[in-house]
Design a binder for this molecule. Sequence first.
Ligand SMILES: Nc1ncnc2c1ncn2[C@@H]1O[C@H](COP(=O)(O)OP(=O)(O)OP(=O)(O)O)[C@@H](O)[C@H]1O
Ligand SMILES: [Mg+2]
Length: 330
Amino acid sequence: MAEQETAKEMTIIPVASGKGGVGKSVITANLSVSLAEKGCRVVAVDLDLGGSNLHTCLGLDNNNPGIGDYLRAHYGNLDELLVDTYHPNLKFLAGDARSPLMANLHTAQKNKLMNHLRKLDADYVLLDLGSGSAYNTLDFFAMSYNGLMVCTVEYTSLMNLLTFLKNLALRRIEMQLPRNTFLRKSFQECLNQPLTSGVITLRKVLHTLAEIDKETAENINRDWLNFRPRIVFNQGRKPDDLVVIDQISETLERNLSLRCDYFGHLFFDPKASESLRRREPLKSFAPDSYIVADIDRLANRVIRLWSQPLRNSARLLKNNTVQVYEERYL
Ligand SMILES: Nc1ncnc2c1ncn2[C@@H]1O[C@H](COP(=O)(O)OP(=O)(O)OP(=O)(O)O)[C@@H](O)[C@H]1O
Ligand SMILES: [Mg+2]
C-alpha cells in the first residue's frame, strides 16, 4: 500500500453562509480558478441544489448534466459528469439547474453523493452550498471540520452566520442521538424551552444530555471540538469593519463553545458583478482587479495553511487588511 501512503490527500472545502447573496458562488468559482492556475487539480461542485448558478460565475453554459441528473439515477458516479473548463486543472460538476425538484434529498441519496464526492480525483474539491440551514446544507458543510463561512459585515449577515453555526451544532447532536429514545426526546425538549429560559447554549444542552447518558454527551462534545470553521469576510469597505471579529468570537465561545478562524477578507469591487454580467471568471475578465488580488491571496493561504491549525488568525487578518487598504486606497 506504499502508493496510498504517499498519495496526497484530497481536501474538501465546503463554502457556506447563513445569509444568501453574500458571495459564496463568486468566491467558490474564482478561488477554484486561482488554485488551478497555481498548479492544483481542482473540482468546483455546484451543491446549491434548487439555486445552482456556479456555471455562470465560471463563465460556462447551463447545458451540462450534473448532480440533478446523478440523483435521478441517470448516472452511476460523478466522474462522468465532470466538465472541462478553460483551465486544464479545473473541472466543473454542475448542480441541478437543468433538473428541477431535486433539492430535497433522502438520507440514502445524500450519503451516496457524499461518498462519491470524497472519491473525486483532485487536490481540492470546492463545494458551493445554498444559503441557510437546511439539513442538506449543514451535512455538506460538515464534510470538513474547517469549512469556509462567507459573510459580509452587515448585521443581518453576521446574525445569520451565528444562526447557521448554532444549527450546525444542534444538527451534529441530533445525528448522534438514536431515534425514539429518551435521550433524543430530552434533546428536543431542550430546543422547545420557552423564551423566558434564556438562550440555548451548547453547554446547557450537553449538561442535560450528560445527566441521562454521560458517555454519549462526552462523545458529542469531542466531535464538536473538532470543528473550527474558517470565516471569510466579503465586500468589505474599510479595515474598521473587522472590529466585529471580537464580538463574533465572544458570542461563539459563550453560546456554542466554538472557535473559528478568520481566514480572509475581500474588499468590495464592482468588477464582481460586471464579470457575472459578462459571464466570465474574474481572472479573464479583470485580471488586474483588486478582487482578483484578494482571491489570489486567499488561494495562497489555502495552499500554505489549510492543513494546519491556525494561530492568531484574527490579529493577522486585521493587520493584513489594514496593510492592503493603505497600499491600495490611501
Ligand atoms: N467582493 C465583492 N465586491 C462586490 N460585489 C460582490 C463581491 N462578491 C460578490 N459580489 C456580488 O454579490 C452578488 C452575490 O454573489 P453570489 O451570487 O456569489 O452570492 P451567493 O452567496 O452565492 O448567493 P446565493 O446565496 O444566492 O447563492 C453578486 O452580484 C456578486 O457580483
Ligand atoms: Mg450562490
